[in-house]
Design a protein around this ligand. Sequence first.
Ligand SMILES: Cc1cc2nc3c(=O)[nH]c(=O)nc-3n(C[C@H](O)[C@H](O)[C@H](O)COP(=O)(O)OP(=O)(O)OC[C@H]3O[C@@H](n4cnc5c(N)ncnc54)[C@H](O)[C@@H]3O)c2cc1C
Length: 409
Amino acid sequence: MAGLACAVYLARAGKQVSLLESANVAGGRCRSYFDKTLGCRIDNGNHILLSGNKAAIDYLSVIGAAHTLSGPDRAEFSFYDLDTATRWTLRPNRGRFPWWMMQKNRRVPGTRATDYLRGFRLAWAGPDQTVAEVLGGEGALYRRFWEPFALAVLNTALEEASASLLWPVVRETFGRGEQAYRPRIAREGLSESFVDPALAFLAGRNAEVRLGCRVRELAYSDYRVSAVVLADETVAVGPEDRVVLAVPPPVCAELVPGLDVPTQHRAILNAHFRVGISVDEPALLGLVGGALSQWVFLRRDVASVTISAADHLNDRPADEIGTAIWAEIARPLGMERDPIPPFRIVKEKRATFAQTPEQIARRATTRTGRKNLFLAGDWTDTGFPATIEGAIISGKKAADAVISLSEIP
Ligand SMILES: Cc1cc2nc3c(=O)[nH]c(=O)nc-3n(C[C@H](O)[C@H](O)[C@H](O)COP(=O)(O)OP(=O)(O)OC[C@H]3O[C@@H](n4cnc5c(N)ncnc54)[C@H](O)[C@@H]3O)c2cc1C
């Protein structure tokens, strides 16, 4: 997303762009593919956005794909507590002032209006404070609202996740009122929303896109990148050329000697079940109190479960995980526990970097010590968590930096 967004904004500004991608398909962690086990297309991971994700919405508008997201025309989140078999829907009021918190029947069950004030503490969180520390780490609101939300955003256990990194998201979404936190899901798939339209946009502006083209090395001379080394060719970087690296942190560290990057990652596990009953519009269900499942996404006839900060499951066999997840979600979905529908477990071991205070301090800036080299990626220092929104912000920042540099006489 970072590389694509950067390319899109540069091409829109009239720059000649070459995009080099090591995989045979574009999209990185944000793409769809045909899964042979299930016999249908799925996303490599469930992705949710909120209507207040300004950078992502702007990117989709530029590539002509804003209409490909689906979601309710007001903020609405359904939840199920697996511990108590309780179901509720969070339906905030329209407008900016959150008076829904004052009404018992609109609040998260078991919470008081004053509990919600604690969220403001995030605004003053110190750089070393964790989410659990700032938000208290217990109570109904924490368990039934903050935990599912913050874990999905930060993909890091809340006892170690940075509180100050959560605040920009809260400010940009909950802080701007109901219209800024309506859930949004790609209607067809991530590639159909975020990738294919971007590739079409780039093709329409004569950008060169080379897939299956891994950058092996960068050559430097005089504090500049002088060449990009590929498998069977070395591309010279001329005085007017700029290089933007939008690769994961370990690759970036290899290509840019001396650069500090985050070194720890956290996993996300997705379990996709082909349930055989189709929904017309994609839907979302938050689960609390379970041993495993956190969110269920329903799209067409696939129910996909997301488990963030899932490193503890990396070595557990897929069959065992799928069986345990189905045992949790069959009831809330109103389906039979037996037989288990066909499923696919996808473990992304390096789903995002670990968003702890210590790792955040290692995020790199857009500009580097080399005059013509810029960095992008959800792990760079955007001030936002590692999400689609963060990746797009980083890509746009890099494009702006390239454009402003080329405007210097
Ligand atoms: C399972 C899962 C669930 C997620 N859920 C959400 C969600 O609900 N909401 C949300 O907003 N975000 C979510 N995210 C995060 C989101 O997907 C990422 O933040 C975003 O896609 C990162 O984009 P990126 O461009 O920074 O990195 P990447 O997608 O990792 O892109 C880096 C690219 O560089 C390429 N590359 C690597 N090495 C080289 C090389 N040497 N030469 C050329 N190319 C190279 C890679 O192939 C890749 O395409 C999720 C991620 C995962 C994995």
